[in-house]
Design a protein around this ligand. Structure first.
Ligand code: AGP
Length: 657
């Protein structure tokens, strides 16, 4: 979602803002803008639709100086992604400039009110009302004006505000959208996320809800909603910029896929001490955990799939009911929570997902204890939970989540062991057996990554098949045109076909959908495989529990869809084989994810393509199955020339509902 950067100091603000916005590109956006003020109170405002390059290209050979500025990448919610709707926004005059992340829900009413007072609006955004409100309330003190303005806003916001009358002040405020303050020497920053300022400072302050900050180059003061000063803790970031850089890889996604053995190894080293699982920030006593009778997992997207797998893991280890819900559903339904008995586990890479945060708050209000699984340290979900288990994946930049997913899975296995230890639901011998199997996983992952050539080959064959089919369509078009004697009719026909073919191309693989099937603990793997493919290739893909195939999806089967069957050795292996036989009987094309050495599944009557994983206890197999599925999606996306790290319309962290 939208990215915010702000700077005040002695350096060139434009350079710092562009650099910061570049580090926030991963969040997803469709337009960008900056506003810079210099000491002579001159304003430079530039906004562009499209990628950041359009903005930075305009700055080449142009000397833009200024010590104060705000910058923004916009992910459109209200109004299309054009220059007028891009941020920064201003009021009636260009004296007050504002960047915003979030949604101002009552913007309509506010606009009507402001119009009556003579305010004129030049964009379709919800944000613009905030600039007009600040302008309206300004009586010589920007902090106070922002404070009054945000008092009128309903919804969520992270704001950066500057004003031509006070060129030595940057004001920041937040409610339900992330915002941090970076502390430098003789300079200070604001940003939506740490990577935007990490090359400049490691000392940050996390703004909390309803807090507002007055920032000058030498001082940062934070206030509550009533403008009373409060003391905030400074936090030191101890990860470095390398983890937020591509380090020679073509894309962040493949870098993050390749990092998985290292991430899983790190989690195991950190969490297993003397054959015991340890967590440091649980803030829930053993007695409280022992009393838990049911668990509710809430999450979105990939984190939801990890949560679904977590259900299989925890049910097997704890033998208590585990429910999983997408956060956007959970927050609005009747939540059944027994005080002191129900444990809520929100799962989130970013820790900022709006629906997951809202679910957490709803459950907390009903007296539930919250133990979150988060990757980003200090994120809102982490801070608002009773306890947090950090998933230790390191910064994940690619929009498509990979290493954060397997880190969440591994954390569920460890949490299961930890709780089982308290509840005495697994024998000590089994715990040791599990631990020794888990320790082998990084090496097994490495082994899969070594065989990437095979995945590439399968992906390329598939891309080739698609291009071939497209070429056939065009051939058909040519033949039809030749048949027309009337050139006008021929042209009409050609245009129609060009449009159709173009939209087929735009939809990519319209004729070649993917179906992912899995059972039991690998049913969530099927969902995750399908999500990975669709988000980065725009190919239509569905994940299904294989047992559900006969209840609908089998109608899709002919030679065109590719059916990815997760058929590794397990208690449901025979069931998967019988699903595959049913697909093949209908001329289906099957790609099997199989256990190495399985000769049966290699046979033509079962698989057109096979991707192997090494032998592993089926209970832990989702950790390995994820890798070929991620790589398959990645290599198809590369073959189709897709924007792998920043797929269209998607944002890394979804901070609005
Ligand atoms: C994953 O590939 C997606 N981009 C997306 O589904 C993501 O997992 C979801 O938005 C949840 O994000 P979170 O883990 O940061 O809460």
């Amino acid at each position: 979602m939208c990215g915010i950067v702000g700077y005040i100091g002695d350096k060139n603000a434009a350079t710092i803002l562009i650099e910061g916005l570049r580090s926030l590109e991963y969040r997803g956006y469709d337009s960008a803008g900056i506003a810079i003020v210099d000491r002579r109170k001159r304003l430079f405002l530039l906004k562009k639709a499209g990628k950041l390059k359009a903005l930075s290209d305009c700055l080449i050979n142009r000397h833009v100086s200024g010590h104060l500025g705000i910058g923004h990448t916009r992910w459109a919610t209200h109004g299309e992604p054009n220059e007028a709707n891009a941020h920064p926004h201003y009021g009636n005059t260009r004296d007050f400039l504002i960047v915003h992340n979030g949604i101002i829900e009552n913007h309509h009413e506010l606009k009507q009110q402001l119009r009556k007072d003579g305010h004129r609006f030049s964009s379709q955004t919800d944000t613009e009302v905030a600039a007009h409100l600040v302008e309206k309330f300004y009586k010589g003190d920007l902090l106070k004006a922002v404070c009054r303005a945000i008092g009128c806003l309903k919804g969520s916001f992270a704001l950066g505000v500057i004003c031509m009358h006070e060129p030595d002040v940057l004001v920041a405020a937040r409610k339900d959208s992330p915002l941090i303050i970076g502390l430098g020497k003789g300079e200070n920053f604001i940003a939506s996320d740490v990577p935007a300022i990490l090359s400049r400072t490691r000392d940050i302050i996390y703004l909390d809800n309803n807090e507002i900050a007055r920032i000058s180059k030498d001082e940062v003061k934070v206030f509550d909603a009533k403008c009373r000063e409060i003391q905030k803790k400074k936090v030191r970031i101890n990860w470095n910029t390398d983890s937020a850089e591509k380090a020679g890889f073509a894309h962040f996604m493949i870098k993050e896929i390749e990092e998985q053995p290292q991430v899983i190894g790190r989690i195991l080293t950190h969490r297993i001490k003397s054959k015991q699982v340890v967590f440091e920030n649980l803030n829930l006593s053993r007695a409280q955990l022992k009393n838990i009778t049911d668990i509710q997992i809430v999450a979105c997207g990939t984190a939801y799939h990890a949560g679904l797998c977590g259900k299989y893991i925890l049910e097997k280890m704890l033998r208590i009911p585990i429910n999983v819900d997408t956060s956007s559903e959970f927050r609005y339904r009747e939540q059944i929570i027994t005080k002191g008995r129900t444990l809520i586990i929100p799962v989130s890479q970013s820790g900022e997902t709006a629906d997951t945060l809202a679910s957490l708050r709803a459950a907390k209000e009903k007296g539930a204890k919250i133990l979150s699984l988060c990757n980003v340290v200090g994120s809102s979900i982490a801070r608002e939970s009773d306890g947090v288990i950090y998933t230790l994946a390191g910064p994940e930049i690619s929009v498509a989540s990979t290493k954060a997913y397997t880190a969440q899975l591994m954390t569920f296995y460890l949490l299961g062991l930890y709780l089982a230890g308290i509840k005495k639901t697994i024998a000590d011998k089994t715990v040791l057996n599990y631990l020794s199997k888990m320790k082998k996983i990084p090496a097994l992952m490495r082994d899969i990554l070594k065989n990437q050539k095979r995945v590439k080959k399968v992906a390329h064959e598939y891309v080739h098949r698609y291009h071939y089919r497209l070429a056939e369509q065009f051939k058909f078009l040519e033949d039809e045109i030749v048949q027309f004697q009337d050139p006008v009719k021929a042209l009409e026909f050609a245009e129609k076909w060009a449009r159709l073919s173009h939209s087929a191309y735009g939809r990519r693989f319209g004729d070649f959908p993917f179906l992912y099937l899995g059972r039991n603990v690998n049913y969530p793997s099927a969902l995750e495989g399908a999500l990975k493919l669709k988000e980065i290739t725009y190919i239509s893909a569905e994940g299904y529990a294989a047992g559900e195939m006969k209840h609908g999806p089998i109608a899709l089967i002919d030679e065109f869809p590719l059916v990815v069957c997760i058929a590794t050795k397990s208690a449901v292996y025979e069931k998967m084989l019988s699903n595959i036989r049913e697909i093949k009987a209908r001329k289906g094309t099957v790609l099997s994810i199989a256990t190495r050495g399985d000769k049966e599944i290699q046979k033509k009557e079962y698989s057109n393509y096979v991707l192997e994983i090494p032998e592993i206890d089926e209970f832990f197999s989702p950790l390995l199955v994820a890798l070929p599925l991620q790589m398959l999606a990645y290599h198809i996306a590369v073959g189709l020339n897709c924007d792998v790290d920043q797929p269209r319309n998607l944002a890394k962290s979804v901070t609005v509902e």
